[in-house]
Design a protein around this ligand. Sequence first.
Ligand code: THU
Length: 180
Amino acid sequence: MEGSSKLSALRTFLSKYNFMVHQKISIAFDEYDSVDQLSGEDAALLIEAQKAIAIAYAPYSKFRVGAAALLQNGKTLLGSNQENASYPVGMCAERVLLSTASSLFPGIPIKAIAISYRNELGESIKPISPCGICRQTLVEYESMLKYPIRLILAGMEGKIVVLPNAGTLLPFGFSGKDLQ
Ligand code: THU
């Protein structure tokens, strides 16, 4: 018997007898060493995201984030984090960007979003890791428009991670289906 079918037979056996079943989720992503290795479209979008860092308003964290979206109609939109003296009021770059997209181009799918950052108090050499609220928002946007959003995650240097869709970032996510 093949390894995976043996495993599924074992799972069926265990669940029949109400034992614990060990499950695993793995995610697929591509990792690049530099921007020159990306496709022309992804490289151009990442450069836009890095330009958007200049319009971030992050006087409190000094962690400036820029994001750029490529829409299916060919338009590129920018977003950046916008903080507030009342800290929780601040908005991440990703959600500023999605609000811009849904206001200016409602119903137009987003093909890809590149996100980068400059940490003025430390290094900017790891790919950015979008926060949980932004993951939730990105996943809802792609499922609303039924179109995968490719994510290009970077810093100012170092490795770049490319994910095929936002859902990949949120296994076990809560969605509208859970409300049914
Ligand atoms: N931030 C983003 O804008 N996007 C992310 O993916 C992570 C965090 C912002 C929120 C806050 O203004 C600052 O970075 C520090 O958390």
